[in-house]
Write a protein that binds this ligand. Structure first.
Ligand code: AHR
Length: 518
């Protein structure tokens, strides 16, 4: 009889059985507060904002004459929300868009800028009203540093050099004067520059050997120095492409770059043709999504090992400058605009990834979630003059104390849970000493049914008080709705207790918890 059941039916039976037996799982961890690890760079909480769909136009730029409150055309509600999560870095203008972008299109009087076609993203019109000056205005209003991606795929080293000079020259040269004429006296601060984007794909379809040569050519005209101190980020692998890392690390070497990028998106199915829905998903899709996102740690470990071989001094950082969930677009929206809804699943998944980034802070010095507003795993969704803050936004908010903290080893023995063919750790976690001297632990419970009771041996840490916040909801796809009071928001956490040097934490099913120890 069992033989005749389909795989879906077997899974359904298993789900029913597991839902009926919701339980409390137990886990143990040991905190080694006396063995501080590397700094968790604030850039780990970076954002990616591309000219894609309503990411920039509508999401950031509404124009000076808009009824939506704005400062010099940049919407105030969005800036205020991003300030709250202390966005440290914004990567712009792409993405695939960057390799068709010509910076001269985006300077000078707006009404004279050319209109182009955004070939990568739905063929939508690109007014160029948001260009270099508007981007820096946005970043400065938010209080974030700039990460500018250079066009390698269809540009050339001269175009790169001139853009960098335009942005950074303090002198009297023609490009600096042109910048002044366009309204900016002092040079812009450009601490990070990407030399290409996905040159293995939309950025030029190159082999790693070809790109390494191109990188070296562009680098000769980069003129890293006083006026342009930017960190140089080379295009790194997609997911698990170890050959790309091997070739690029060997051929570019650790004196010509400060960072190597890694792009990895979480698709529930792992299939680009049918990625999975952002809402109304079942437990199998929940488990599949987390199984996919857990690969992030494998990729970090594998690429770091190759980097260790070529760069044992760890001069080159791993920049995970595109990550996040990628679902089928919301039905009825332009498929090229990558608009998807954002649920509790996205918030928990963000925390899982933060914990990986913290654990590997010796190499991972920066990441950029894709993307800030209205695109993929967004922090903010907008509709006319309204905005909605997503569960992902709140996960970022809860983890703010980890920015520029010092990582602390946390040895965790996590219980597992099984759905269908997937067996996953129920929780992951990371710990750090914040800039305020307090100890923080961030935790994600990936189990959609069961609470986990975690006992942490605090070792030498003397703490008597535990406080914090928890993000959870009754449904896996709970989300905040436009125009309604947010319901998926962090609330005060009451599930912690310290007895002697033992901390116990009750982690609700499908939740994010961040605690502070005093
Ligand atoms: O974030 C969307 C796209 O994903 C980016 O433009 C590209 O770099 C990646 O493939």
């Amino acid at each position: 009889m069992l033989k005749t059941l389909t795989a879906a039916a077997v899974s359904a039976l298993l789900f029913a059985a597991s839902a009926a037996s919701a339980a409390t799982l137990t886990a143990e961890a040991t905190l080694k507060a006396d063995q501080p690890g590397p700094k968790i760079d604030k850039y780990v909480y970076g954002q990616f904002s591309e000219h894609l769909g309503a990411g920039i136009y509508e999401g950031v730029w509404v124009g000076e004459n808009s009824k939506i409150p704005n400062v010099r055309g940049i919407r105030t509600d969005v800036v205020n929300a991003l300030k709250e999560i202390k966005v440290p870095l914004i990567r712009w203008p792409g993405g695939c868009f960057a390799d068709e972008y010509h910076w001269r299109d985006g300077i000078g009087p707006r009404d004279q800028r050319p209109s182009r076609k955004n070939n990568w993203w739905g063929g939508s019109p690109e007014s160029n009203h948001f260009g270099t000056h508007e981007f820096f205005d946005f970043a400065e209003q938010v209080g974030a540093d700039a990460y500018v991606s250079i066009n390698v795929g269809s540009g050339d080293p001269t175009e790169m050099r001139e853009w960098i000079e335009y942005m950074t020259s303090p002198g009297e040269d023609t490009l600096a004067q042109e910048r002044r004429k366009n309204g900016r006296d002092k040079p812009f601060k450009v601490p990070v520059i990407g030399i290409g984007n996905e040159t293995w794909g939309c950025g030029g379809g190159m082999t790693p050997e070809y790109y390494s040569n191109e990188y070296r050519r562009f680098n000769e005209f980069f003129h890293k120095g006083t006026d342009n101190p930017a960190l140089r980020i080379a295009v790194g692998p997609s997911g698990g492409d170890e050959n790309w890392t091997e070739v690029v690390m060997k051929q570019i070497g650790n004196r010509r770059m400060e960072g190597l990028s890694l792009h990895y998106y979480t698709l529930p199915t792992g299939n680009w043709d049918k990625k999975g829905a952002s809402i109304n998903f079942d437990k199998q899709a929940w488990a599949d999504t987390f199984a996919q996102t857990l690969k992030m740690e494998d990729f970090i470990v594998k690429h770091s090992a190759i980097m260790d071989k070529h760069d044992p001094e760890k001069k080159v950082a791993l920049y995970v400058d595109e990550w996040g969930t990628w679902y089928d677009v919301e039905p009825g929206t332009n498929p090229g605009h990558l608009y998807q809804l954002n649920t509790l699943r996205d918030g928990v998944l963000a925390a899982v990834n933060f914990n990986f980034f913290h654990k590997h802070a010796d190499r991972v010095k920066m990441t950029a979630v894709a993307q800030t507003i209205n695109v993929l795993q967004a922090m903010i969704l907008t509709k006319d003059d309204k905005i909605l803050l997503t569960p992902t936004y709140y996960a970022f908010k809860m983890y703010v104390p980890f920015q520029d903290s010092t990582s602390l080893p946390l040895d965790l023995k996590a219980p597992t849970f099984t759905f269908g063919d997937k067996t996953l750790p129920a929780i992951n976690a990371s710990a750090a000493k914040g800039k305020d001297g307090k100890t923080y632990i961030g935790l994600a419970n990936m189990n959609p049914d069961d609470e986990v009771k975690l006992t942490v041996d605090l070792g030498t840490l003397k703490a008597t008080k535990v406080s914090g916040e928890v993000l959870t909801a009754p449904k896996m796809d709970a989300r905040n709705e436009m125009g309604q009071a947010a319901t998926v928001v962090p609330v005060s956490y009451k599930g912690g207790k310290i007895t002697g040097n033992k901390l116990t934490l009750s982690l609700p099913a499908k939740s994010v918890v961040v605690v502070k120890l005093d």
